[in-house]
Design a protein. Structure first.
Length: 170
């Protein structure tokens, strides 16, 4: 999370450079193999990434043939994700029918409990995770700091239920 970011457009269509400043956004300057891999994928150098906390404030439109990105501001209260950074520290993906944990934030409540990448979420607060899509599942892991969630996690062949308190991670 950085205090603010400013983007400046020097498009030929504009007479004057246009600046766009946003406070409190997640962004990353990247290097090494990830930078090289992304650069190969898009055919030009990639030096950084903007996160959801910046992009959620805009309707994003891409004109790929003309290499143009439009950011149309959205109303300040359009997004109801007040707790997007308050969770237990898990990144989840669907693999076949399983809700697999693909990453655990270092020092997060999930990491402290011993949950690891490769484990499977079986249930949240007693409700089976089988029918939950990955977005719903991820959003259910978010909540007010200090609020608790019961996760049943499968590691190897055995299930274990954890009660984890959400906390702000960024």
């Amino acid at each position: 999370m950085i205090p603010s970011i400013e983007l400046t457009s020097f498009s030929g269509a504009l007479k004057e450079p246009q600046a766009l400043r946003q406070p409190n956004v997640d962004a990353a300057v990247i290097g090494g193999e990830m930078s090289a891999m992304l650069s190969r994928a898009v055919g030009e150098p990639v030096h950084g990434l903007l996160g959801y906390s910046f992009l959620k404030r805009y309707r994003v439109t891409l004109d790929y043939p003309h290499r143009v990105l439009w950011l149309d501001p959205l109303p300040k209260d359009w997004d109801g994700r007040h707790y997007e950074y308050s969770h237990v520290g898990l990144q989840v993906e669907r693999r076949r029918s399983a809700a697999k944990i693909v990453a655990v934030a270092e020092g997060s409540p999930a990491a402290v409990a011993g949950i690891v990448a490769g484990d499977e979420i079986v249930a949240l607060d007693g409700e089976s995770a089988d029918h939950l899509d990955v977005v719903t599942l991820s959003r259910r892991l978010e909540g007010p700091p200090g609020s608790k969630i019961r996760l049943t996690v499968r590691h190897g062949g055995s299930d274990r239920t954890y009660t984890l308190a959400r906390r702000r991670l960024l």
